[in-house]
Each structure stands twice: as C-alpha cells, then as structure tokens.
Design a protein around this ligand. Structure first.
Ligand SMILES: Cc1cc2nc3c(=O)[nH]c(=O)nc-3n(C[C@H](O)[C@H](O)[C@H](O)COP(=O)(O)OP(=O)(O)OC[C@H]3O[C@@H](n4cnc5c(N)ncnc54)[C@H](O)[C@@H]3O)c2cc1C
Length: 377
C-alpha cells in the first residue's frame, strides 16, 4: 500500500491528511500534539477574500466554503474585512476589487462619505476609499478548526504519531524514508513537508533550499469604550489591524523588515510595540481607542516566505515524491483547506483536479521569480 508521510500536523498537514486519508496509508508525524507553539493555534484565525493575487482569492473562497460547512463547530463569525486606502493607494485597492469580483468574491467599495456615515467611530479624514467584504469573510476558533480537521482525518484512516523528523532520505531522486528523533526510519512513497515556520529547516534535511523562516508576530488583546458588535476587521493604511473578539478586541502590526529578525525559540510578546507604533495608530484611526486597556498579549511565528510573502506548494523539481506546503506569511489557516485538497490531488492523481495551484510551485523559488501578494499584514 502506498504510504504518505506528512511532516507537521498543524492546519496545513492536517488538511492534507483529511483530503488524502483513505487512499493508501497516511501518517502524520507531529512533534508536539499540544500545538502550544504552532502557528495555527497562535493565529488570529481570520479569513478574507481581499487579496491582490487571484489565486489567493480562490483559495480563500474554498476556505470559506470549508469553514461554513463546520460553522458551529469552529465558532465561525461571518464578518467583513474593511481595507482602507489613501489617495496614494486608492487606485490599487480599486483594481484589486475588480479582480476579486472577477474571481467570484463579493466586495463593496465605499468612498469617504460612505465610510463616515457607515462607521462613525472611524476617522476617515485622511482616507480616500475602502473595500468591504460582503460574504466569505470572518473569524473562527483555530483550535476547534484544527481539532475538527484532525479528527476528520483520523476518522478517514489517517494515523497521527508523536515524533520529530530529524532526517529525510533521498535515494535516486526520490524520498524513500524519514528518520525521527526517537530513532525510527519510516519508509515512504510520498513525503509532505508541512512544518509551518520550521519548514525551511525541515526541507534542508532533504537538501532542499526553501526560503521559509519564522518571524515573530504579537497579538494584543485590548478593551476599549467601543461597540464591536458589528465592527469589521479594520486593515489600516499603516499596516495596523484590529478586530473584535467577544467583548474585547485583537490588534497588531508587523514590525518593519529591518527590525524583524529570525526569532529562534522566542515566543515572548513584544509589548514595546503597543506604545510605539501601535497605540498612536489605533487612536488616530479609531479615536475611542485612545482609552484602550491592555488585557494580555501573545506571540506566534509566521511561516514567512522570504521570496514573496506567498506559499510554496507542490513537488520539488527533481524529487517528484517530495512535496512542500509552507510560507503562507500570515494567511495559512484560511488557505489550509485549498492547500490540503490540492496536495491530495497531486498525490492521488499526479495533477491538480479542482484549483490549479501550480503558480505557487517551487519552480518560482528555483527561478528566483517572486509572485508577490500585496495585501499582507
Ligand atoms: C500571530 C499570527 C496571526 C495569524 N493570523 C492569521 C489569520 O488571521 N488568518 C490566517 O489564515 N493565517 C494567520 N496566520 C498564519 C497561519 O497561522 C499560518 O500560516 C498557518 O497556521 C500555517 O499552518 P501550518 O500547519 O503550516 O503550521 P503550524 O500550525 O505551525 O503547524 C506545523 C506543525 O509542524 C510541527 N513540526 C515542526 N517541525 C517538525 C518536525 N521536524 N517533525 C514533526 N513535526 C514538526 C509543529 O510542531 C507544528 O505543529 C497567523 C499567524 C500568526 C503567528
């Protein structure tokens, strides 16, 4: 029986197992089944259709369908993203919206007056326009989603094994087995690297250069005299984002690239970022946030693709049974289902059957040909 080994049981590995299980033997090797440091469980667990790359829109549309089918189980809150633009960025935002509509998303455009009327708590004085998702966007509980997908994979026959992969054997241009820290060598017909921020390090075990590294991101939980009941996720022109979470709010901002080092094992939230730059940006955009109160903060690691902020998905040229799926750079939970389905198709049928993900393949890494995604945060 054909055996697929999936390295990493986060949302990407588990979605792959879910779609693949039942066709041959599927083994997921996960070093930490508590998922304490996994990107999936430390994420902001939100989904949007507002991307600049058409393929990312389509992957989100499938993610939204997948979530809607488990809405209650995963605590899905259907809610819009509000992406803001100044005069300098308005043309790009409008062009993105045209593309998003063409791909099947439902996104409205609001001018400054409409923004002021509809969201009176928002300072729109320096804005030109915004786009607002009408469907297929929102947030959910990441633990519940992961649990539901993992259980579904197990019900379909996948086996989860607690172990850490320490070696990948390549013989004659094929991945033949993986070695684990507990001393096992497990034969494989296919190997999938879905190790999140550690994927670059795991790929190196097979001699593959994958430009994926961890980058620390802090999420702040705040209270404020602001009604979040119908508030969208606001994606500010500064890169700051905020969304309601129950009766609190989650918010954050990425550090500038020159202050965004490899974090190693550092998962301490960067509390300094609240004072500067986050709080002034929040208070500028939403004046009520001048009176915010910090409740707590946590940090997780993005699986950052250093080439172009987009995932690398598919087989490694020259090693056709070794697959990677990582580098989602902040949007991997929502794209887990489309990725898992795509990888399962590649493994079962030798090619994509539904959504063609080949533009995100490893070839662009080899050719040093970035495929940028502009709406990242
Ligand atoms: C603060 C923050 C906010 C985010 N917000 C969002 C969001 O709103 N929406 C969204 O879509 N995405 C978001 N993301 C991004 C998203 O979390 C990731 O892209 C996604 O979770 C990646 O999933 P994964 O399964 O590849 O990685 P992970 O969830 O990290 O899973 C990888 C697993 O591999 C295991 N592993 C690693 N090395 C080995 C090894 N050698 N052997 C065995 N197992 C191994 C790890 O233990 C881990 O469980 C956010 C990320 C962060 C950090």
């Amino acid at each position: 029986m054909s055996r697929t080994i999936i390295i990493g049981g986060g949302i990407v590995g588990s979605c792959t197992a879910y779609f693949l299980a039942g066709h041959g033997e599927t083994i997921v090797l996960e070093k930490d089944p508590s998922y304490q440091y996994a990107s999936t469980t430390l994420s902001a667990a939100s989904i949007r259709t507002q991307f600049s790359l058409p393929l990312n829109v389509r992957m989100s549309l499938f993610g939204a369908e997948f979530l809607a089918a488990r809405a209650e189980r995963v605590g899905l809150v259907p809610r819009a993203y509000l992406v803001l633009a100044t005069a300098a960025t308005a043309a790009g935002l409008r062009a993105n919206r045209e593309m998003q509509l063409a791909e099947g998303a439902a996104v409205a455009q609001l001018d400054r007056d409409q923004l002021a009327t509809r969201f009176p708590w928002l300072n729109s004085s320096d804005l030109t326009c915004a786009t607002l998702g009408l469907k297929h966007e929102g947030w959910f509980d990441a633990y519940s989603l992961l649990g539901s997908v993992r259980n579904g994979a197990i019900e379909r026959g996948a086996r989860y094994v607690r172990d850490e992969v320490a070696g990948i054997d390549i013989v004659g241009g094929r991945a033949t087995s993986v070695q684990t820290v507990s001393g096992d060598r497990i034969r494989a017909d296919n190997v999938v690297i879905a190790a999140g921020p550690a994927s670059g390090r795991v790929a190196a075990l097979a001699g593959v250069a994958l430009p994926v590294e961890p980058r620390k991101r802090t999420v702040f939980v705040i209270r404020a005299p602001l009604d979040g009941a119908a508030m969208p996720l606001v994606f500010d022109t500064s890169g700051m984002w905020i969304r309601p979470e129950g009766d609190t709010f989650l918010c954050g901002i990425s550090p500038p690239p020159d202050a965004d080092p490899h974090p190693g094992d550092d998962f301490d939230p960067d509390l300094n970022m609240l004072e500067d730059p986050l709080w002034p940006l929040l208070a500028h955009r939403i004046p009520a946030l001048d009176q915010l109160r910090l409740q707590r903060a946590w940090a997780g690691h993005y699986d950052q693709c250093l080439l172009d902020h987009n995932a690398v998905i598919g087989p490694i040229p020259g090693v056709p049974n070794l697959f990677v799926a990582s580098g989602f750079s902040g949007h991997g939970v929502q794209h887990g289902p489309a990725t898992g389905r795509g990888l399962a198709e590649l493994i079962r049928f030798g090619g994509y059957q539904t959504l063609d993900l080949s533009a995100l393949g490893y070839q662009r890494v080899q050719d040093n040909r970035p495929l940028p995604e502009n709406i990242v945060y």
